[in-house]
Each structure stands twice: as structure tokens, then as C-alpha cells.
Design a protein around this ligand. Structure first.
Ligand SMILES: [Zn+2]
Length: 203
């Protein structure tokens, strides 16, 4: 996670307008889980649980048309999974990531649509061009980096790379510490990059 890194003037949320127009044209019976008043389930990764960040914590966009997506940024939360979701839902925090992976079982939450810009890299250009994935844990507590976390996260990253044509290498799948200008160290020295990249490339 990171401090505010939004552009100076937020753009109007055009996607919601477009989505409204789209939904108006779809027969009601075709909508997923048509609970009265509920927002339609809106994940980009089919195995993710939709846990939306507050709209104040991300920038609406139309990626990849509006911004090329060519990086995946790997993070560690430095707090618990549920607290991470709560931070992203708090409009005062000004931070978000597209995904959060839970330690114990590798469960994946999606918090920001991939078409939108999440605020995770501490660098606006890198926010615009990347998908950010948070992992529950601490950089100095390697026990949080479970087999399930590595395996489920690798499947998610492979899916992102496949869908945007991103090379599955360390030039394009980077740690937060590799973002220019950051003072963050995550995922830290206990993150097994060799293992992770092997898993990403074996999917
Ligand atoms: Zn980070």
C-alpha cells in the first residue's frame, strides 16, 4: 500500500455512465445475481471475490484503451487481509490495489477494476500502467507467504499477463521496491521470486 498518488484533477467517472447505458440495453433476466439494488458482480478475474474499494481511492479510466497496461506490481500488505479491505473501503485513506491475496488459503479479492487505475505504486505513471496485487503478510514474517498464496497469486498474475500481452519476466512483473522513486521495500527479501516466476510461467 502507499500514500496518495492520484493525479491533480480527478476525471469524471465515465465508465459508470457507460455501464449504465449498457445495463439499460440488457434484458433484466440476463443480469448476474439480480438482487434488488445490488451492484452487478464485476470482477475481471473469474476466481476473485468482488470487494470494491471506495471510489475516492482510485481513478476511473478505460484501460487498456486509455493507458497501456504493461506491468504487474507485487506488494505485501503489512497488515491483515480484512484490515486491508477496510483501508481500501475508507475514502480517507487514498490507497487501493486491484487485488488482495489472503495468506491462509490464497483467496483472491478484487477491489478495483483492471480498467481503472488503482493507487498502489506511489508513482502516477506506474499506477497508470500496472495491475497492483497485494499479498497478506509482512516483509519480515515469511510464514505468511504460504504455498496457497504463491500458487493462487501466480495464477492471477499469469491471467493478467495473458490478457494484456505482458511478458512473464522480472522486467514486467516487479516488486513495489522496484518502482522508481518509492521508499517501500515490499515484498521484501523473504519473497521467493524464483519460485514465484516459475509458478507464473507454469500456468
Ligand atoms: Zn507496496
Amino acid at each position: 500500500m502507499n500514500q496518495p498518488n492520484a493525479p491533480s484533477s480527478p476525471r469524471p467517472d465515465r465508465r459508470w455512465i457507460l455501464r449504465g447505458a449498457f445495463l439499460a440495453a440488457v434484458p433484466y433476466a440476463l443480469l448476474p445475481a439480480a438482487r434488488a439494488g445490488a451492484e452487478p458482480r464485476a470482477v475481471d478475474y473469474p476466481f476473485a471475490d468482488w470487494q470494491p474499494a471506495n471510489p475516492s481511492n482510485r481513478t476511473a479510466a478505460d484501460r487498456p484503451a486509455s493507458h497501456r497496461v504493461d506491468r504487474v506490481v507485487i506488494h505485501v500488505t503489512q497488515t491483515e487481509y480484512t484490515k486491508t479491505l477496510a483501508v481500501f473501503q475508507n475514502p480517507k485513506k487514498k490507497v487501493s490495489a486491484h487485488y488482495v491475496v489472503r495468506s491462509v488459503d490464497g483467496h483472491v479479492a478484487q477491489c478495483v477494476r483492471e480498467s481503472d487505475i488503482a493507487w498502489h505504486a506511489g508513482n502516477w505513471e506506474y499506477n497508470t500502467r500496472s495491475v497492483g496485487i497485494e499479498h497478506e503478510g509482512w516483509v519480515d514474517r515469511p510464514a505468511y507467504f504460504t504455498d496457497a498464496l504463491y500458487e493462487r497469486s501466480a495464477r492471477l498474475t499469469a491471467s493478467v499477463c495473458e490478457r494484456y500481452g505482458i511478458s512473464r519476466d522480472r522486467a514486467h512483473i516487479i516488486g513495489h521496491y522496484e518502482v522508481p522513486g518509492t521508499d517501500h521495500t515490499d515484498p521484501g527479501p523473504n519473497w521467493d521470486w524464483a519460485r514465484y516466476m516459475r509458478l507464473v510461467n507454469s500456468v
